[in-house]
Design a protein around this ligand. Structure first.
Ligand SMILES: Cc1ncc(COP(=O)(O)O)c(C=O)c1O
Length: 432
């Protein structure tokens, strides 16, 4: 090309959750069956959509209107339904006009950051779901700005660090929280969210709360939607049906604007988001049409409760097993369906390995040059055992060495077997 054609921040786009799949496929071809623990897709992991949800989707698909475009912001009746629900529990009152549908939250995340001024930065958690971290870093063409979730304090965020960074960096315009959190399973206590809201108010920032797992906050987790504590601070909450129904293939998510008229600059930004969606015409119609029918059904919340019970039980069994390893830190998940296992400082080094055949070595070694220590561990684990987990460093923009696994395996025996193979592999790797 006669001149550079790629955006300056493009090299910051990285999604190890899927990148590792290419390596795993090569390992699979050597005859090692893969245990896919890398992607948070309940359906591909073997969960079944209840028959009554399938029937609703099937009935809706018989309506001619769902083959049409929808209004840019989303179907009116669906947005009205969501606004009504939110206002029942919310401290911020919204209307259908404050809701904007996207083709999945992945789409929404990209738009949120690409529509921000390049010098306007969002500070987010560490570790963090990589689409947020990558998209934010790419829009600013600068490293991701983060505050730590502290594994030594049950994954509570370090709010002193957060405030210090906000004070030091005048480019920060927003605070991101992911609640319940991916990859830690942490649920922000109400008081912690209130303190974050207070910081936003004090420094004239807005809040982005990714609540895609909000209906998967386990009972007694103490979860509160941002809407219930936001007061008068401008904010965006993000929700979707990928994890809830679960229907990730629907590519359906939405954002809710709180207090958007309270600040002219924020209002202008929300308008830019809506205008950029107009250029795309609209998001997929069918899942929007199904949404109120499913969520309003008396069977919906029992269905979610049942799934959460299974995740909580698996989390308890895994934590009990990992607690036997003094080299690792792990905490119960309180929401979503992930567990992050962190290696204590100094446990991993560059000389550790697991015994592999030449073929497997040839597949992973090219990826390990200058690789972070936890990535090195996960690639050896993959090649030796077929268990495919995601390293926290390159996978979740984290300073901690560790990995994320899921709580999605529906075959309980297989889940327990995976945990026990993982434990043996960690022991062998550390001792090597
Ligand atoms: C925290 C979080 N936000 C957003 C997404 C994207 O969801 P989707 O694009 O399927 O709506 C995910 C997917 O794993 C996620 O974990």
């Amino acid at each position: 090309m006669r001149k550079q054609i790629t955006q300056p921040g493009a090299s910051k786009l990285r999604y190890e959750i899927r990148n590792i799949t290419a390596v795993a496929k090569k390992i699979e071809n050597t005859g090692v069956p893969i245990v896919w623990e890398n992607i948070g897709d309940p359906i591909s992991k073997g969960e079944h959509i209840p028959q009554w949800i399938r029937e609703k989707v099937s009935n809706v698909s018989n309506q001619n209107s769902v083959y049409a475009y929808s209004p840019t912001k989303g179907l009116d009746e669906t947005r009205e339904y969501i606004a009504r629900e939110r206002n029942l529990e919310g401290s911020a009152q919204i209307t259908a006009d404050d809701i904007l549908f996207f083709n999945g939250l992945g789409d929404a995340i990209t738009k949120i950051y690409t529509n921000l001024h390049q010098n306007a930065r969002v500070i987010g958690p560490n570790p963090a779901y990589p689409t947020h971290a990558s998209a934010e870093a790419a829009h600013a063409d600068s490293p991701y700005l983060s505050y730590h979730l502290n594994p030594h304090n049950a994954w509570e965020p370090d709010l002193a660090e957060l405030e210090q960074k906000i004070t030091d960096n005048k480019d920060i315009v927003a605070i991101l929280i992911i609640n319940p959190d991916n990859p830690t399973g942490f649920v922000y206590p109400r008081d912690t969210v209130l303190r974050i809201v207070a910081l936003a108010k004090k420094y004239d920032l807005f809040i982005i709360s990714d609540e895609i797992y909000s209906n998967l906050a386990y009972p007694k987790s103490g979860f509160h939607k941002l809407a219930s504590v936001i007061g008068s601070v401008p904010a965006i909450a993000m929700r979707g049906i990928s994890k809830e129904f679960p229907w990730p293939g629907a590519r359906c998510g939405w954002i809710e604007f709180y207090n958007r008229a309270h600040d002219e600059i924020f209002f202008h930004y929300t308008e830019a988001l809506c205008n950029s969606k107009t250029l795309e015409v609209c998001s997929t119609t069918l899942p929007q049409k199904v949404l109120p029918e499913v969520m309003n059904d008396a069977r919906y919340y029992p269905h979610l409760t049942h799934r959460m019970q299974l995740y909580a039980q698996r989390s308890a069994r895994a934590v009990e097993a990992f607690d036997a390893l003094a080299e690792c830190i792990v905490h119960h998940a309180h929401g979503a369906f992930y567990l992050s296992i962190v290696f204590n400082d100094g446990i991993l080094n560059n000389n550790q390995s697991l015994p592999l055949g030449t073929e497997a070595q040839n597949i992973i070694l090219p990826h390990l040059e200058n690789a972070p220590l936890d990535q090195r561990f996960t690639y050896y684990l993959l090649a030796k055992t077929g268990i495919c987990v995601v390293p926290l460093s390159v996978g979740f923009n984290s300073d901690y060495d560790g990995f994320r696994m899921t709580l999605l395996e529906p075959d309980e025996e297989r889940f327990d077997k995976t945990i026990s193979v993982l434990l043996s592999a960690i022991r062998e790797y550390i001792a090597s």
